[in-house]
Design a protein around this ligand. Structure first.
Ligand code: PEP
Ligand code: MN
Length: 350
């Protein structure tokens, strides 16, 4: 159930409703919007309905949440979009996040060089994997703890908050030392015990859509994190499997406007893993930004030909500044703030 407070409701009135919901054995989640507060009561619907909360001071309405994903649903946010503070950077709502960095942390020099380049080009967050999901068990699977140490060094030196993947809950504690956003890889989207642990950690998370997952399944995955009281979840479209064989995955750009209809959570697009090819990354990024994505996560490497993994798709660091300008210009078209000063001529395709 969703308890919509009046815009004039006081903190005490909100607290009183929370106490009653919890006493009825339900979990209460507060969503503080700009104009009003909404309380999501997750538990036995009948118990909550019997409380007669409509009559409580400060309560405007009590409504059922019709979707199976409750806390993620657009309904509960009453038209407001979630905005998170990630290490001092706003993500979501009117803001456009450019998340960039290598596929994997390979060495000190490669990590610091890429962090410097993307910081200078105005990236919002720095990405890099220390734990890598690989199709082959014989392939390089990341530097692990040493990779985390290098990410911490990049953060200390260049100030960009870090997005990094955790594959196994046993590594969570170590990853939390450096991560500002925990990435859940596409292959782990339905690892529910991992999602629950990330929810409990309270660390902002980005969930990548599974290779063959529906948008509803993606939202149900986010619900596992949200239900633990962790409100900061971003969703990422990274390409899905279709019958098409001319490219690696099919980037489902329709997911951008449709997810934004379904949920208040920020929607990020990863063109790199969808394409698997560098030359497709710019047009896909521009299309995603123009479609209203809240951000792009993209792979960048100083010398992609020498990269240990995903070389063919990583942008060349020296070309990243020009790429970033074009993508921000496309985001400006979709009405994102922080991008408006970008001249429309940057949009011209050459
Ligand atoms: C990645 O971001 O490096 C990655 C492995 O992504 P995905 O889980 O989408 O394949
Ligand atoms: Mn990669």
């Amino acid at each position: 159930m969703m308890i919509v407070m009046k815009p004039t409701a006081t903190e005490e009135e909100v607290e009183a409703v929370l106490d009653r919901v919890r006493d009825a054995g339900a979990r209460a989640h507060v969503i503080n919007g700009e104009e009003l507060t909404v309380i999501g009561a997750i538990g036995d619907r009948e118990h909550v309905a019997r409380l007669g909360l409509e009559a409580s001071p400060g309560v405007d309405r009590v409504l059922p949440i019709s979707k199976p994903y409750k806390l993620a649903s657009a309904e509960i946010a009453h038209g407001q979009r979630s905005v998170f503070d990630i290490g001092g950077r706003p993500v979501g709502g009117p803001h456009f996040a450019l998340i960039a960095g290598p596929c994997t942390v390979e060495s000190r020099q490669q990590t610091l060089e890429t962090a410097r380049v993307v910081r200078d080009a105005g990236a919002t967050l720095f990405r890099g994997g220390a734990y890598k999901p690989r199709t082959s068990p014989y392939a390089f699977s990341g530097l692990g703890q040493e990779g985390l140490r290098l990410l911490a060094e990049a953060k200390a030196q260049f100030g960009l908050p870090i997005v990094t993947e955790v594959m196994d809950a046993r590594d969570l504690e170590a990853v939390l030392e450096v991560a500002d956003v925990i990435q859940v890889g596409a292959r782990n989207m339905q690892n529910y015990t991992l999602l629950t642990e990330i929810g409990r950690s309270g660390c902002p998370a980005m969930i990548k859509r599974g290779l063959a997952s529906t948008l509803e399944e993606l939202l149900m995955a986010s619900e596992y994190i949200l239900k633990e009281g962790n409100e900061s979840v971003m969703l990422c479209e990274r390409g899905i499997r279709t019958f098409e064989t001319a490219y690696r995955f099919t980037l489902d750009l329709m997911a951008v406007p449709v997810l934004k209809e379904m949920t208040h959570l920020p929607v990020i697009v990863d063109p790199s893993h969808a394409a698997g090819r560098r030359d497709l990354v710019l047009p896909l990024s521009m299309a995603a930004a123009a479609a209203g994505a809240d951000g792009i996560i993209v792979e960048v490497h100083p010398a992609p030909d020498e990269a240990i993994c995903d070389g063919p798709q990583q942008l060349v660091a020296a070309e990243f500044g020009a790429y970033a300008d074009r993508v921000r210009a496309a985001a400006a078209l979709a009405g994102k703030l922080d991008t408006e000063s970008i001249a429309s001529e940057t949009l011209q395709l050459t």
